[in-house]
Design a protein. Structure first.
Length: 253
């Protein structure tokens, strides 16, 4: 039998949810040793300080406060987090924005094994980035263009300020992020992923392959379906079928 290589704490205000996850981890992830369980924010905080786990399985919505409230108590988190939650669009959007892992209840064994394997790799490689701090900062300042998005690349994670992001371009299942520094970052996530988390930051998908920031549009040219002149001097086509929706979107500003 595989020896445990990670210590973990489960935080959830529902006893049955804790026991179900504990059972699944024992069955599918023997690499994880559950050293503590907590049903409140205060209890979890003290437990994490005492046990110093490698990994925390954290529910988002609890009767004693949110999982985000718990994380905000740690100025320098030294553990990885896997969120375990029922569907909550705002919360999941924030988690995706910061490139953190989450599991939807009821937790599927394949998703659990994948999330744990990723956590083990990151901990072994000492990839304890500022993702948790970035998440809390973004939650405290919703819709601020000074917020940073964690961009997943084949080499790891890069943090980019929203205001520096001009447009996102889909290429062969990847996404090229075009920045106002003239740099480009190739993300392993597809364009739909970024569309979902950037729309609330004034981005619009004008074409199957293009997602643009309103704040970097210089001019709209009425050629064919339409052409956008962007701040990096690029020209982005507007799909004809998206033109009416795009015009309505512009009226908001």
């Amino acid at each position: 039998m595989m020896k445990p290589i990670l210590t973990a704490v489960i935080v959830d205000d529902e006893y049955n949810a804790i026991e179900a996850l504990d059972k699944s981890l024992s069955q599918y992830c023997p690499q994880v040793n559950i050293v503590g369980k907590a049903q409140s924010v205060d209890e979890a905080y003290q437990l994490i300080l005492q046990l110093q786990p490698n990994l925390v399985f954290l529910d988002i919505q609890m009767s004693t406060g949110s999982g985000f409230d718990l994380l905000a108590r740690f100025s320098q988190p030294e553990f990885k987090v896997i969120f375990v939650t029922a569907f909550d669009f705002y919360a999941l959007n924030a988690i995706k924005f910061s490139a953190l892992d989450y599991l939807l209840k009821p937790v599927a064994s394949t998703d659990l094994k994948e999330a744990v394997a990723k956590a083990i790799f990151q901990i072994k490689e000492k990839q304890l980035t500022d993702d948790l701090k970035n998440l809390i900062r973004n939650l405290q300042n919703p819709r601020s263009r000074k917020n940073k998005i964690n961009i997943s690349t084949q080499k790891g994670i890069e943090l980019v300020e929203i205001d520096d992001l001009i447009r996102c371009e889909a290429v062969n299942g990847f996404t090229i992020m075009h920045l106002n520094t003239k740099n480009e970052i190739v993300s392993s996530k597809d364009l739909k992923f970024y569309q979902e988390i950037l729309e609330e930051y004034d981005f619009f998908r004008v074409h199957d392959t293009h997602l643009v920031s309103y704040h970097h549009i210089i001019r709209v040219q009425n050629i064919d379906g339409g052409i956008l002149l962007m701040s990096d001097d690029s020209q982005v086509p507007i799909a004809r079928r998206r033109k009416p929706e795009f015009n309505e979107w512009l009226k908001k500003y």
